[in-house]
Design a protein. Structure first.
Length: 269
């Protein structure tokens, strides 16, 4: 998704500094005229400071995601939380804004509550990943950089994929995912006109609000196959979300679930 955002920003005429680990493949973006590649490490302050020079907005997507986040708590906290704190520190002497990609995992398990889940819901860590994201948000809010925190739900691309076993939700659980291309739209919008010191939920909207079994059936129907999944024995940290403000500010909910299924079917064919 990071490379898609870089391409979108470059196509819209923005100069972009793309920062990632030296081992990362930059083929998708290194040919773009107004993109500079910076190879470095979030845990190295000098690397981060160099990449931030002259930037009006920093978009922070780097993180260790589940399931890898659950294999090494210290590493996950270092990259996701300490790395974010390093970025905030590098931006403080500048006039840059920070757009941070967080996660709905910070709300904890919410299925026993009345939906939708709003941005002022108390934060509760349930695993290494959510714990690291909560710490990262705290580092941002305690810093001195204008920011917008985007708490994104699960992102699905309209490309053939295989469900993990077990899936991260129960059959009757409320789930609301979002199309990857719509998230790219949200990120680009947040970069071009960043809301100041705001927290926003990013999710698919009304037509994506369903139960776990409905989502699974929709995917298999799009692929034109019969299929079954192993559901999680306990509720995952997905739910239905309040996205009224994020949609009003970023205008990103452009793909309905039916349109997502059509794109998925076409890709599978």
């Amino acid at each position: 998704m990071g490379s898609l955002v870089v391409c979108a920003l470059a196509e819209r005429g923005h100069g972009v500094n793309a920062f990632d680990l030296p081992v990362v493949n930059f083929e998708r973006i290194e040919h773009l005229d107004n993109v500079k590649i910076f190879r470095g490490d979030l845990l190295e302050n000098r690397d981060v400071e160099e990449a931030c020079q002259g930037m009006d907005v920093a978009l922070h997507l780097a993180a260790i995601l589940p399931p890898f986040s659950e294999r090494d708590a210290a590493r996950t906290m270092a990259i996701n939380a300490t790395g974010t704190a390093n970025l905030v520190k590098a931006l403080e002497p500048t006039s840059s804004h920070l757009v941070f990609s967080s996660s709905v995992s910070v709300y904890g398990r919410t299925q026993h509550e009345a939906p939708p889940i709003s941005m002022n819901h108390p934060l509760q860590a349930t695993d290494n990943y959510s714990r690291s994201k909560i710490a990262a948000e705290a580092a941002i809010e305690e810093g001195h950089v204008p920011y917008v925190i985007l708490r994104a739900t699960g992102v699905y691309a309209a490309e053939p994929f295989e469900f993990p076993s077990p899936v991260q939700f129960q059959a009757d659980q409320r789930v609301e995912y979002v199309d990857r291309d719509d998230v790219v739209v949200a990120l680009v919008a947040a970069v071009e006109k960043p809301p100041k010191d705001r927290v926003l939920n990013i999710a698919g909207g009304k037509c994506w609000k369903m139960r776990g079994r409905e989502f699974v059936k929709g995917v298999f129907d799009a692929l034109g196959v019969e299929g079954e999944v192993n559901y999680s024995p306990q509720p995952g940290y997905f739910d239905w979300y309040d996205t009224e403000e994020s949609q009003r500010l970023l205008c990103y909910q452009r793909t309905s679930f039916e349109e997502f299924k059509a794109k998925l079917a076409k890709a599978f064919e």
